[in-house]
Design a protein around this ligand. Sequence first.
Ligand SMILES: [Zn+2]
Length: 256
Amino acid sequence: MRAVGLHEDVIAVTSRAFATACVLVRSGGEAFCIDSPVFPDELEVLPAIAEQAGFGVVGLLATHADWDHLLGRYAFPEAPLGAAESTAARLINEPGDAQRKLRAFDDEFYLERPKPLSLPGSQRLPVPGHLDVGERSLELQPADGHTSDGMAVWVPWARVLIAGDYLSPVEIPMISASGSATAYLATLNRLEPLVEQAEHVVPGHGGPIDGTRAAAILREDRSYLEALLELGAEAPLPLARRTTAQRAIHERNVTR
Ligand SMILES: [Zn+2]
């Protein structure tokens, strides 16, 4: 697991599993933990990383309801979870789904957790909207298309965008069963003005990147999705993301 300070108030943590992003954001004595690393040892050490850096985590946020982003309670069991209305609804409508997928992952890698994943009701956040942390305010933007739910988080004073599963340098746009390519394109349009102002962008997978690189990925992803809608299977994949795993994602996208 890698932890990088992007700003005095922002730490980006990258999991060894799927390069999943977790971001700690603070203002004054309060901090939020956005999404989560995946492996048990990473979740175990996360509170110490936060504490040493002076980040007093008072709440968890999830960019969307996919299981690999929901594990923050293993690190901060007392912290309440906040999520977009759309994500809170998915958590209610898909009871046990995250737990089942986590168990399948743990079975495959012979991992043990201290306890089963508990996801008590999340606080529904107004999106688009604002969320206060310390003396400052985070900006929440709807981010759906990868799945039917989600939000991106803009940290205005640090100019950091936590994008959710968009703008990844390692993964092509992934349209999940509940997702939609047109909604994905609309999200890219919504994020574009923030990406243009961003010092750093933290995509859900692949580690933090600078704003210029994120803007280039945004343009590539838009071209890919437009081609996907027009040409289906023939749509060319972004140049740097043509591995076997990415081709498999492309094939699933085509069927959806
Ligand atoms: Zn994800």
